[in-house]
Design a protein around this ligand. Structure first.
Ligand code: NAP
Ligand code: GCO
Length: 266
């Protein structure tokens, strides 16, 4: 197999969860360009329709389904539907996620549980639903979208950091338990990426200045910029392709160097 063929996703079916827009959409676009058939889900029909329109604009014939990834029965039903309508799932990206930025002493247990449910329980539910077919087929790629908060904490994101830290270890455990079936499970740890999820952290202030957190991230990133979803496309293709068949249990941080850097002196 040539080195370029190692990065091809021709003939593969990829399911990216929560991929109507944002990071999931960019990863799906990259997989389509690498030859994969694209399946995505989102939490309601309106988002799925918007996603389908966006994929169509990119010339991608994606299949979209409504599914709340925290609903195990719905996820199991959707896997059966995908396998009947599209084919076996070769690549799963657990992308769907939420964040609640609330000081921990003000966060309710219900709010904490909601974040854990989407960001940690759902990757378990969805991975568990696709692994049996991957075992039968003798191959599979599972990619969990982790975070800087898989390694670092900060104010107001206790639930999110707990979930993403757990997701890093779930990634390692799936790699450990299913590596013998030629299933590789790895993580991508995006740095700070300009998407709707981080829009509140980049809002221009009333006086026209940049958000303090925006300035903080620029100072903390050697690349001195926020990441774009395009920055994740190549790493995502690598982890979904034959080029990474001996990479397992790894979290690939795509962060412009944040984790390596003490930060620019103010
Ligand atoms: P986003 O813009 O908020 O998109 C998240 C997507 O997931 C949305 O389409 C959302 O739908 C969907 N979703 C949420 N809950 C769901 C559920 N229960 N079932 C199905 N779909 C659901 O987020 P993003 O910035 O693209 O981030 C995508 C992933 O990357 C997340 O796991 C996030 O934690 C992670 N991440 C983001 C960054 C960053 O800087 N942006 C950095 C590191 C990691 P709704 O619109 O209905 O909520
Ligand atoms: C925050 C941000 C981060 C990013 C991302 C960083 O409030 O700190 O939302 O958590 O979303 O996870 O990798």
């Amino acid at each position: 197999m040539s080195i370029l063929e190692q990065f091809s996703l021709e003939g593969k079916t990829a399911w990216i969860t929560g991929a109507s827009y944002g990071i999931g959409f960019a990863i799906a676009k990259a997989y389509s360009q690498a030859g994969a058939k694209i399946v995505f889900n989102d939490i309601n029909q309106d988002l799925v329709d918007k996603g389908l329109a966006s994929y169509k604009e990119e010339g991608i014939d994606a299949k979209g389904y409504v599914c709340d990834v925290t609903d195990e029965a719905a996820v199991n039903e959707l896997v059966k539907k995908i396998e009947a309508e599209v084919g076996s799932i070769d690549i799963l990206v657990n992308n769907a996620g939420i964040i609640k930025r609330i000081p921990m002493h003000e966060m309710s247990a219900e709010q904490f549980r909601q974040v854990i449910d989407v960001d940690l329980n759902a990757p378990f539910i969805v991975s568990k639903a696709v692994i049996p077919s991957m075992m039968k087929n003798g191959h599979g790629k599972i990619i969990n979208i982790c975070s800087m908060m898989s390694e670092l904490g900060r104010e107001t994101v206790s639930a999110y950091a707990a979930a993403k830290g757990g997701l890093k270890m779930l990634t390692r455990n799936i790699a450990s338990e299913y590596g013998e079936y030629n299933i590789q499970c790895n993580g991508i740890g995006p740095g700070y990426i300009a998407t709707p999820q981080t829009a509140p952290l980049r809002e221009i202030q009333p006086d026209g200045s940049r958000h303090p957190f925006d300035q903080f991230i620029i100072a903390k990133t050697p690349a001195a910029r926020w990441g774009s979803t395009d920055d994740l496309m190549g790493p995502a293709v690598f982890l979904a392709s034959d080029a990474s068949n001996f990479v397992n249990g790894h979290v690939l941080y795509v962060d412009g160097g944040i984790l390596a850097y003490i930060g620019k002196q103010p």
